[in-house]
Design a protein around this ligand. Structure first.
Ligand SMILES: [Zn+2]
Length: 264
């Protein structure tokens, strides 16, 4: 009989942070700042449970490293609060965020359509079989209509689940957020960002009330920002240890990590 043998502990650390991002508008040269939030996961392994503390530290260090990397590379499509222009480097992200519901809808529609189609086929087959033996009555006609409508709905669902992702792909490829009305873009920019001058004013006010130093935003987000603006320790949402198990004989066959993992 095969039984799982624990051969170590795996730690997962999740870290999130929010940093101010500084942007210079390509259209009106206004400097503005918005806040970018990201999350990253790191893992560490303690073989034979010999270095649990080190593995936990490794998981946190890896999460921190990944978080800094993703904060430096990421952006959000935040329009300039002064003129409403969405910057060139934000357009790929705007396209990525557009119509994200389509993927979820397709995942839901395809299996639902298949199941409904099977049910409709069952209803139609049974109704036709019984009606063939006993003759067509009003109730059989009603069941035929119900089965046909369910079949059509199922077909529409399956077709939509295949067509919608293709439509989204081509629609997003051409999408330019700067074609939206300028008032709408400006309003969105003003709700998500402030000018650098306003940001500095708020930071100075906040720093003087707390007696701390002022954190400056950068275009990439820096380690210092992570420390000064959002202490990672406050945002480390989980450090989850998981035993690493290996499937083998009860005596074990000497192989190390690489077997199946399971939660405690
Ligand atoms: Zn601008």
């Amino acid at each position: 009989m095969l039984i799982p043998i624990p051969v170590g502990q795996k730690y997962t650390a999740t870290m999130s942070a929010t940093v101010p991002k500084l942007v210079k508008c390509e259209q009106c040269s206004t400097d503005y700042v918005y806040h970018l939030k990201r999350k990253a996961v790191g893992e560490g392994t303690s073989l034979l449970f010999l270095n649990n503390k080190g593995a936990k530290g490794s998981a946190q260090a890896e999460a921190r490293k990944r978080l800094l990397k993703v904060l430096a590379r990421s952006c959000e499509p935040v329009p300039c609060p002064a003129c409403g222009h969405v910057q060139e480097h934000m357009i790929p992200r705007a396209r990525q965020l557009r119509c994200r519901w389509v993927g979820k809808a397709a995942l839901y529609l395809f299996p639902s359509g298949c199941l409904l189609g099977l049910a409709a086929a069952g209803v139609l087959t049974l109704t036709m079989s019984n009606a063939g033996r006993e003759g067509w009555t009003a109730s059989y006609v009603i069941w035929m209509i119900i089965g046909a409508m369910a079949g059509l709905t199922a077909a529409a669902g399956v077709i939509a689940s295949l067509v919608l992702p293709v439509w989204r792909y081509f629609s997003c490829r051409r999408y330019d957020p700067n074609t939206e009305k300028v008032e709408v873009r400006k309003a969105r920019g003003q709700s998500l960002a402030v000018t650098k001058t306003e940001f500095d004013r708020r930071q100075v006010g906040q720093a003087s009330s707390q007696g701390s130093t002022v954190a400056q935003p950068t275009q990439n987000g820096s380690d210092r920002q992570l420390d000064t603006c959002v202490p990672p320790s406050r945002h480390a949402s989980s450090d989850r240890p998981r035993p690493i198990s290996q499937r083998g004989s009860s005596a074990g066959d000497g192989r190390a990590v690489g077997g199946s993992h399971r939660r405690p």
